[in-house]
Design a protein around this ligand. Structure first.
Ligand code: COA
Length: 260
């Protein structure tokens, strides 16, 4: 499928998905969200893809939120369906079973911050700004922001950002645990590519096990999470990659994970 609002590029086993509406600061309209659903389905089902980078076009923004022009005319019923469509995309990314890195320059606001929070790792330029400004529109976050920010940074940060709508800079976002790496803008791609390459060269079944155990465990009692961990740990022993990883260590060489 050809995309109108996305650019796709593969570099080795890393797929980069770039949201390309620079004149609208990459705001998420329904069409873009639908395209992202398709792009992430394709990334999931393509065994050659072992890590995904999600980016926004241009210098100014990762994503400046849901498309306010489109939002402004919705009925309550249409808004419910729009929220569900966005939430389903965020859940799809979170549960992709492959690591997804958000590459964040400039603004990550509203739906842009929600999108970044659904990724597994967030690498930001020190010029990036984050926020949930929906309150300024008489709205609340609708793509999972109240829930993911709560889980990522705690109740204090979730209430502060959502109630005030005030943006925070990258340093504060790192303090709150919202971003994992903050780098100078000129180093953003080097940092993101190095991280993506490392993940793409790792054993994919083990990566999937970690994603599963952490994500499901975060929503369950510890015994349930520990059970997930045991199952995922045991499954690694059915892979060639686990044999290769342990053998390579004993033979004092670098492992080559084939993804089997
Ligand atoms: N939805 C639709 N269009 C958006 C948008 C959004 N969320 N965010 C930015 N745009 C559009 C602007 O309307 C403008 O389009 P135009 O040139 O056709 O008028 C273009 O992107 C550039 O934005 P502009 O506001 O002129 O840039 P700025 O540098 O002055 O301000 C922001 C940047 C991010 C502070 C500002 O655009 C903003 O506050 N955006 C909305 C953020 C928001 O509330 N997001 C949550 C939505 S639920």
């Amino acid at each position: 499928m050809a995309f109108r609002n996305l650019l796709l590029a593969d570099r080795g086993a890393v797929r980069r998905i770039t949201i390309h509406r620079p004149d609208k600061l990459n705001a998420l309209d329904r069409e873009t969200i639908n395209e992202l659903h398709v792009a992430f389905d394709q990334a999931r089902h393509d065994d050659a893809v072992r890590a995904v980078v999600l980016a926004g076009s241009g210098e100014k923004a990762f994503v400046a939120g849901a498309d306010i022009g489109e939002l402004s005319g919705l009925t309550a019923q249409q808004a419910q369906s729009f929220s569900r469509l966005g939430q389903a995309l965020m859940s799809k990314i979170e549960r992709l079973g492959k690591p997804v890195i958000a590459r964040i320059q400039g603004f990550a606001l509203g739906g842009g911050m929600e999108l970044a929070m659904s990724c597994h790792l967030r690498v930001a330029s020190d010029k990036a700004r984050f926020g949930q400004p929906e309150i300024n529109l008489g709205l609340i976050p609708g793509f999972g922001g109240t829930q993911r920010l709560l889980r990522l940074a705690g109740r204090g940060a979730a209430l502060e950002l959502c109630l005030t709508g005030r943006p925070i800079d990258a340093a504060r976002a790192r303090e709150l645990g919202i971003v994992t790496h903050v780098v100078a803008p000129e180093n953003l791609d080097t940092e993101v590519d190095a991280l993506a390459d490392q993940l793409a060269a790792s054993a994919p079944h083990a990566l999937a096990g970690i994603l599963d155990a952490v994500l499901h465990g975060g929503e369950s009692a510890i015994d349930v999470g520990l059970d997930y961990e045991t199952q995922a740990f045991a499954l690694c022993f059915a892979t060639e990659d686990m044999r290769e990883g342990t053998r390579a260590f004993l033979e004092r060489r670098k492992p080559a994970f084939a993804g089997r």
